[in-house]
Design a protein around this ligand. Structure first.
Ligand SMILES: O=C(O)CCC(=O)C(=O)O
Ligand SMILES: [Fe+2]
Length: 299
């Protein structure tokens, strides 16, 4: 593995030994802030179903998708068409469409929020499994920071946990407009599944863009801004972007953002601040930070 590559961690043997898993995750979180995980135990059929529902939805006529359009950043739910979100607010809007589902379990009984019952069930089943996986990963990282089991879980009840289906239409690698502009993620950790089509790139220490392997059998995990703040900068929320390179083929991806509940005050953990030093970050509530970032990208 060159210094420039994103670490690949096999969770299979390590699940039995949380300390080893925790150390591997923390080392990656402190390095690039990005890692790829294999053998997480997440049922692959859930992903197949979710990708199938995603592809079926994005193939609908624009008018049908527009019925479910994203209305406000507070709700953070629904369909966003190509050119309506700019993850880099200073660049052109992203060439992608998405279906975002914040706090999906609580919204499950509202039929008007979902394209159809199959889509809803596929999304909710993956949401539930992703939530459990994110909790395990945060627990393993928390151990490494000297926190008790469940420390992070108590702050991630689901209010700001968000599943997002993404579709990037075919695009030439040389196109000036990105599929998703350069950004950092907002919350604690992101889990990302890719359909095998490359495009995700992570900013490296020397400011070059490092492509991430688009292997459908691994999940990409990255650190968001709020976990960077919680860890006083020990874990890194790294800039990344999406530049699909296939002129004929669409790229599909599914992201799960595990972010703290609205009222959680995120301040650097005492154990992460060296003695006699002031914390690098001021406290901020999760709601304040997430809404500020959403407002900028939907500006
Ligand atoms: O599509 C991808 O590979 C990544 C998307 C992403 O970074 C995001 O939605 O925050
Ligand atoms: Fe992202």
């Amino acid at each position: 593995m060159s210094e420039q590559s994103i670490p690949l961690i096999d969770c299979c043997s390590m699940r039995l030994d949380p300390d080893t898993l925790g150390h591997s995750l923390c080392a990656a979180a402190q390095g690039h802030g990005f890692m790829r995980l294999r053998n997480t135990g997440l049922d692959a059929t859930l992903l197949q179903r979710a990708f199938a529902s995603s592809q079926r939805f994005f193939a609908l006529p624009e008018a049908a998708k527009d019925r479910l359009r994203y209305r406000d950043i507070q709700r953070n739910h629904g369909y966003v068409a190509v050119g309506q979100e700019a993850l880099d607010p200073l660049a052109a809007a992203d060439r992608k469409e998405s279906f975002t589902m914040r706090d999906a379990l609580r919204r499950s009984s509202n039929d008007a929020a979902w394209p159809d019952p199959v889509f809803r069930d596929d999304a909710l089943d993956l949401f539930t499994a992703a939530r459990a996986l994110a909790a395990d990963l945060l627990d393993a990282m928390g151990r490494c920071l000297g926190l008790k089991p469940g420390h992070f879980a108590q702050h991630h009840q689901g209010e700001n946990q968000t599943l997002r289906f993404l579709h990037y239409p075919p695009q030439h690698s040389g196109d000036a407009v990105a599929g998703a502009g350069a950004h950092t993620d907002y919350g604690s950790i992101t889990l990302l599944w890719q359909d095998g089509n490359p495009g995700l790139e992570v900013s490296a220490a020397d400011s070059t863009w490092m492509p991430v392997t688009a292997d459908p059998d691994t999940v990409v995990v990255n650190i968001g801004d709020l976990l960077e703040r919680w860890s006083n900068g020990l874990f890194r929320s790294t800039l990344h972007r999406v530049r699909p390179r296939h002129p004929q083929r669409s790229r599909y991806a599914i992201a799960f953002f595990s972010d703290p509940d609205d009222t959680v005050l995120v301040a650097p953990l005492a154990g992460c601040v060296p003695a006699h030093q002031t914390p690098l970050y001021a406290p901020v509530t999760a709601r304040e930070h997430i809404l500020r970032k959403l407002a900028a990208s939907y500006g």
